[in-house]
Design a protein around this ligand. Structure first.
Ligand SMILES: CC(=O)N[C@H]1[C@@H](OP(=O)(O)O)O[C@H](CO)[C@@H](O)[C@@H]1O
Length: 495
């Protein structure tokens, strides 16, 4: 371990010596912890990080000038659609996807390093349960979907399939996530196929470029954004692990979408058959201000313009058909070939520009008293996972139906949208539709069979178009009582 003198000399080179100003008064334990936290910070990188954070913050907020003239919607030839394609095409994509899964060439990679600030929990979001009758957490739902896709691919191809689950965590989420998986026996997955690794942390910085001390013995650190993935892949030699296992295609997704289809064979098959090195699932944006990035062209190159960086004027622009001009909402479900990830980690990662988030960062004042700021006082710098789209040789987008694939848990129930209640209902509604499609009957509170599907829980037909009846008229042996689906309508038809 480095001595205080060494660490001090390195901090001097970075212009950040103030981080040791309480060091002399610390007990040996906290002092060692502080030195250990500071030791890995490279002086030049730290200096540059603090300088660029302050410089980025000094620029006027909002989108870069002239962005509007540089944007175009994605051209139709780059976009596939789950809902608008004919059933035969969809079947071919799905078949290809299952084939690749059966060859053990597909992995899923979860981005789970975030702090869940908007949701207001202190533990990893994946451990959250939204109040389902089964009390399953997001992690459990995802684990079960992995097992199911392995099983389906295995049945089709008569093989034993493995879809390895890579989980990127952070200093905040690694410990509790690892513990939670152990306590739950890895949800019956083979622990060898669940690979957790940690992304890096970066210091939060004041507006004048000084790293912030959160306590006398602790620097205010934050994960380096979901685009920290690429450095973390290199740090932990994850691509080498994938190569050893024969993984060629990776489905990357973020933790909070309760409807996420892990290793979705249709998406995988579409991307593989199109020869894509990089792909993104999108849904039609629900309203102009919806907090989702838009997938579009910037200067002719596919990119995502994040919701925090698009102006309301651009977000509201309309296409000739009356829909939003920029309506391809990013749902943080990405497809990458391993080869593409290799190129990114080797060549392109340093070119990714960090994005600035101005936040309230707790700190200690000059006397060492803890302060909880009421106004934003610090800058966190984050890279974004989708910023690599610009380097793709063949980028494709894949449009899917929101009701089938996107219901994110972002907020507490005090918010109107994207909260535990909306996500719970979205999942129950999906399971309800699936039960119907499998031939189940639903009964009302008096045991009478419900004969019509209430409009709000419309199912989707095989081609994926919204259709109130396509599966409802089927009959079969299953009988479910709506009592087991507490958020679903239990009264009669509403057509
Ligand atoms: C950097 C990044 O990946 N941002 C994503 C991600 O944003 P959040 O800030 O995590 O809500 O998820 C959104 C979908 O839930 C997506 O629209 C957006 O573009």
């Amino acid at each position: 371990m480095a001595s205080e003198r060494d660490v001090r000399a390195r901090l001097q080179r970075a212009g950040q010596e103030h981080l040791l100003r309480f060091c002399a008064e610390l007990a040996p334990g906290p002092r060692a912890a502080l030195l250990a936290e500071l030791e890995p910070l490279e002086p030049e990188a730290l200096r540059e990080h603090c300088r660029s954070a302050a410089a980025a913050c000094a620029r006027p907020p909002g989108p870069p000038p002239g962005l509007a003239t540089r944007l175009r919607p994605l051209p139709p030839e780059r976009v596939g659609s789950a809902s608008r394609s004919d059933p035969e095409t969809r079947r071919l994509w799905e078949e290809e996807g299952f084939h690749q899964i059966a060859l053990n060439k597909v992995a899923v990679l979860l981005l789970a390093g975030g702090q869940g600030t908007r949701l207001g929990v202190t533990y990893p979001k994946g451990m959250y349960q939204v109040g389902l009758p089964s009390q399953k957490t997001l992690y459990q739902l995802q684990a079960e979907r992995i097992r199911r896709v392995e099983q389906l691919a295995g049945e089709r191809h008569g093989t034993r399939c493995t879809v390895p689950w890579y989980i990127m965590t952070s200093e905040f989420t690694l410990g509790p996530t690892a513990e939670f998986f152990k306590e739950n026996d890895f949800f019956h997955l083979d622990p060898n196929n669940v690979i957790m690794f940690e992304q890096r942390m970066l210091p939060a910085v004041t507006f004048d470029g000084r790293a912030i001390l959160e306590r006398k013995d602790k620097v205010a650190m934050a994960p380096d954004g979901n685009g920290g993935l690429y450095r973390a892949l290199a740090d932990h030699r994850i691509l080498e692990d994938m190569e050893r296992r024969g993984v060629e295609f990776v489905h990357v997704y973020c933790v909070d979408n309760i409807l996420v289809r892990l290793a979705d064979p249709v998406f995988i098959g579409f991307c593989v058959l199109r020869g894509a090195d990089c792909g993104a699932k999108v849904v039609e944006k629900a309203y102009p201000e919806e907090p989702v990035g838009v997938v579009c062209l910037v200067d002719g190159v596919p990119q995502v313009v994040e919701y925090s960086e698009i102006s309301p004027e651009i977000a509201q622009l309309r296409a000739p058909d009356g829909g939003l001009l920029y309506n391809a909402g990013n749902i943080c479900n990405h497809f990458f070939t391993r080869g593409f990830l290799q190129m990114v980690t080797r060549e392109f990662e340093p070119l990714l520009k960090p994005h600035v988030a101005v936040k309230k960062v707790p700190y200690v004042d000059e006397e060492g008293n803890p302060v909880k700021p009421l106004k934003p006082n610090g800058i966190k710098m984050e890279k974004f996972v989708f910023d690599v789209f610009q380097f793709a040789k063949n980028f494709v987008a894949f449009e899917v139906l929101r009701e089938e694939e996107f219901s994110p848990l972002k907020n507490a129930d005090s918010a109107d949208r994207d909260n535990p209640s909306t996500t719970r209902r979205a999942l129950l509604a999906q399971h309800y539709r699936w039960a119907l499609q499998a031939g189940a009957h639903f009964l009302d509170a008096h045991g009478a069979q419900l004969t019509e599907l209430p409009r709000v829980w419309r199912c989707t037909c095989e081609a994926g178009r919204s259709s109130p009846r396509s599966s409802w008229t089927r009959t079969g042996p299953g009988r479910c009582s709506p009592d087991s689906l507490p958020d679903l309508p239990t009264r009669g038809p509403q057509h």
